[in-house]
Design a protein around this ligand. Structure first.
Ligand SMILES: Cc1cc2nc3c(=O)[nH]c(=O)nc-3n(C[C@H](O)[C@H](O)[C@H](O)COP(=O)(O)O)c2cc1C
Length: 183
């Protein structure tokens, strides 16, 4: 079944090149995120951006679990997505804050693929550490870390890490998650 190339060609690589990502190109990813739909148009997503050589990059990198540190150091940009769980001026939680942040990240991924960038998301990081290191307010929930950059050479990585680039990408069949009767 045919799907769009932008969806088909996105994947989560471990090798990034040294080539820096210029500001305009990086901003185009956030511009794509900006236009995501959201419940009540609350736009609950926030992004903390670190470029290699900057303090924020070092801070984000330090939060990563060792398994991710092994390859993520090759990425020129690290970004932490966050969800504002309670909208300003409201007292109740926005049940869709995480959902909508994920949709904004989906837009970001599509734009990245479209401009030749690759993004690898990571849940393997110290969430509590992120709250304190970034001085997040209580209503800001860290979501996923992202390594962003251009394609690199996996042979610069340890063999067992580089081997991940060769792993076949697998997915469940539609029959496992598309339903038309009672669950
Ligand atoms: C929220 C989230 C957390 C993830 N955490 C990690 C992680 O900590 N380390 C890692 O190497 N990959 C991580 N991944 C990448 C997934 O393993 C990957 O998306 C999945 O295996 C499908 O592969 P593909 O993105 O190449 O299609 C994460 C992806 C998402 C969306």
């Amino acid at each position: 079944m045919e799907i769009h190339d932008i969806i088909k060609n996105r994947w989560s690589p471990v090798a990034f090149s040294d080539e820096p990502v210029n500001d305009d190109l990086l901003d185009s990813l956030f511009e794509a995120a900006r236009w995501a739909p959201s419940s009540y148009n609350a736009q609950p997503w926030k992004f903390m951006v670190g470029r290699k050589g900057e303090e924020t990059y070092a801070l984000l990198f330090d939060l990563l679990k060792d398994m991710n540190k092994r390859w993520a150091h090759t990425a020129p940009v690290l970004v932490l997505s966050m969800a504002e769980m309670v909208p300003p001026g409201r007292s109740s939680e926005n049940r869709f804050a995480f959902h909508d942040t994920g949709m904004a990240v989906g837009n970001l991924l599509a734009q990245a693929t479209n401009v030749g960038l690759q993004v690898h998301q990571m849940g393997g990081y110290d969430v509590e550490g992120a709250r304190s290191a970034l001085q997040l307010p209580p209503n800001m929930e860290p979501a996923a870390m992202m390594a962003i950059g251009f394609k690199g050479d996996p042979s610069n990585l340890p063999d067992e890490v580089a081997a991940r680039e060769e792993r076949p990408r697998e997915r469940k069949g539609l029959e496992e998650f598309v339903f038309s009767k009672k669950f």
